[in-house]
Design a protein around this ligand. Structure first.
Ligand code: 5AD
Ligand code: SF4
Length: 535
């Protein structure tokens, strides 16, 4: 890869080209896009809202399902037509699709100028610089991917982890970020070691790498100093976080990111080896809670149903600002399918875990993910999934039709033999069952007072499921007054009328008390209670 210069600024004023960046997929991608934006802005690039006015169009892509990839390719196809008509625009793919397709994509889709995998985003300025200065002579000047060695190289390079710089160099924009800069994501672990047979993530994001706890706490502190009051910690299997002190240290004595322990070490309690000092996920949660009290809500996603220790539950019980909310995907209610998915737990183990969580915290809120139509899934397997959904108090489940993904074990081992119509019908059946379960979960809240973190005016945006997910039937309440919507600590969407005397905008980004008076499957409705001062 050539080039070491980056586009300059004059007196910190942007003089660089205009970039349009569109993000697909998960929260990890949203965070990556935020960090990349800050990095490029600091180098003088400007960001625009419309692709039509941009010099550079970047797509931060997701590969988890084919549908997500198709969307990106259709956007790229449109840009190709414009390029054919003479428009000069640099088109770049960032993220998992770039990593999964590899550099051959540049030949297959010559309208694409740049590829940058999720583990190489710190190289993006250099790639852009190469291209914009006409120095990208060879394909290698336009590509930054971990490649087929991604797992090995991620492991080897963890100690000299340049991506850590991207997380640490987070640019702070008081008006940017979610909810007017009051909510933020903080990554604690990158990659995944689980190898569920359907999933591309272990290939595209590489091996599990844990960030040093001091760096994470520092980042939370800096965010709090900028006015953030809600932090969501991110990891593909967030409860697997563990940092062994002294194992990876720079020449200056700073702790460095490190590769996660093997699963056997996890299960027999020897992660980090005997006598080693380590920070577990429970320790990390407690540290952030105690050391950054300005953070009023601390959340974490996504939890894995195995290896979720009682120590984590205890910390959640003891620390009032840690939200009693878990997103813990079951994926299926059939042992046969779970085993083919290589999930590493049985349905009864999943149920035991949920029972343990509910008895520790009866007010906990639980969300999940389910895949329908996994290869060989029979009506009987599917019925077992329906039973699981009926018997666990899920506030919601994201339901996906199985999508065979290149590079996964499932696509090589199993024929995609469940017809599309059957997948669709199972998805609709599950949505209907979940809708009833969600209604019951929401109705339990009637009469309760909740602290609601106000997100936006109206209900529209608050009701959108994350991209690519089929959420269970949002509905739009109607009413004469302006409405605000936000979320309870348990992540239940709550809508309330704004009293005529109150400025709705002034409440956005605040936590306010709302008494719930009615419930629907997907949301609560309530009224502001008591003094209208934020909590
Ligand atoms: N097909 C359908 N759904 C998938 N997911 C991951 N891979 C696939 C796939 N190949 C779903 C899982 C996961 C969520 C993020 O996406 O349910 O929890
Ligand atoms: Fe994919 Fe499984 Fe890892 Fe989740 S735990 S990212 S589904 S491999």
């Amino acid at each position: 890869m050539r080039g070491s210069m980056v586009t300059p600024t004059i007196h910190n004023q942007p003089i660089g080209p205009a970039i349009y960046l569109e993000t697909f997929g998960c929260q990890m991608n949203e965070l990556d896009s935020e960090l990349v934006t800050g990095h490029l802005q600091a180098l003088g690039y400007q960001f625009v809202d419309q692709p039509g006015t941009a010099d550079v169009v970047l797509f931060n892509t997701c590969s988890v399902r084919e549908q997500a990839e198709n969307k990106v390719f259709s956007r790229v196809g449109r840009l190709r037509q414009e390029k054919d008509k003479g428009r000069e625009v640099v088109v770049g793919l960032l993220g998992c699709l770039a990593e999964r397709e590899g550099s051959g994509l540049l030949q297959r889709r010559p309208e694409i100028d740049l590829l940058c995998g999720p583990g190489e985003l710190d190289h993006l300025p250099m790639l852009l610089d190469n291209i914009l200065k006409g120095q990208a002579v060879e394909a290698a000047d336009r590509v930054a991917l971990q490649g087929s060695n991604s797992r090995r190289s991620a492991a080897l390079s963890a100690a000299e982890d340049s991506l850590e710089v991207l997380d640490l160099s987070r640019a702070f924009d008081p008006d940017g970020g979610a909810i007017g800069g009051r909510a933020a994501y903080v990554r604690i672990t990158r990659g995944c070691n689980k190898f569920c047979t359907y999933c591309v993530v272990p290939n595209t994001r590489g091996a599990e790498v844990h960030r040093p706890p001091d760096a994470i706490v520092q980042e939370c502190r800096a965010l709090a100093d900028q006015g953030v009051i809600e932090i969501t910690l991110l990891g593909q299997t967030v409860n697997h976080y563990v940092y062994v002190h002294g194992a990876a240290v720079s020449s200056c004595g700073d702790e460095l990111p490190q590769v996660g322990p093997g699963l056997s070490a996890f299960r027999n309690g020897t992660a980090g080896g005997p006598g080693s000092r380590k920070t577990s996920f429970a320790d990390l949660l407690a540290r952030i809670h105690d050391e950054v009290p300005e953070i009023k809500r601390l959340r974490f996603v996504t939890s894995y149903p195995r290896d979720f220790g009682d120590d984590i539950l205890q910390v959640m019980q003891q620390c009032p600002r840690i939200c009693r909310y878990l997103h813990v995907p079951a994926q299926s209610g059939s042992d046969r399918i779970l085993s083919r998915m290589n999930r590493g737990y049985s349905v009864s183990q999943y149920r035991e875990f949920i029972d343990r969580v509910c008895s520790a915290m009866p007010d906990v809120s639980i969300a999940g993910d389910i895949i329908v139509g996994f290869p060989t899934e029979t009506d009987e397997d599917f019925d077992q999934t329906c039973d699981l959904i009926r018997s666990v108090p899920f506030k919601n489940n994201f339901v996906f039709k199985y999508s065979p993904r290149p590079g996964t074990a499932a696509i090589n081992r199993f024929e995609d033999d469940v017809p599309e119509a059957v997948k669709r019908s199972r998805l609709n059946t599950l949505l209907a069952i979940q809708s009833e379960v969600s209604r019951t979960v929401h109705e339990r809240e009637i009469g309760h007072l909740h602290e609601v973190f106000v997100e936006k005016l109206g209900t529209g945006g608050a009701q959108q499921a994350p991209a690519g997910r089929v959420e269970l039937g949002w509905e739009t309440p109607v009413g004469p007054q302006a409405q605000l919507s936000g979320r309870t600590p348990g992540d239940l969407i709550t809508v309330f009328d704004v009293p005529p005397t109150q400025s709705a905008e002034s409440l956005i980004g605040e936590i306010v008390p709302v008494r719930v008076h009615s419930a629907a499957p997907r949301l609560l409705r309530g009224s502001l209670e008591g003094a209208l001062n934020p909590v």
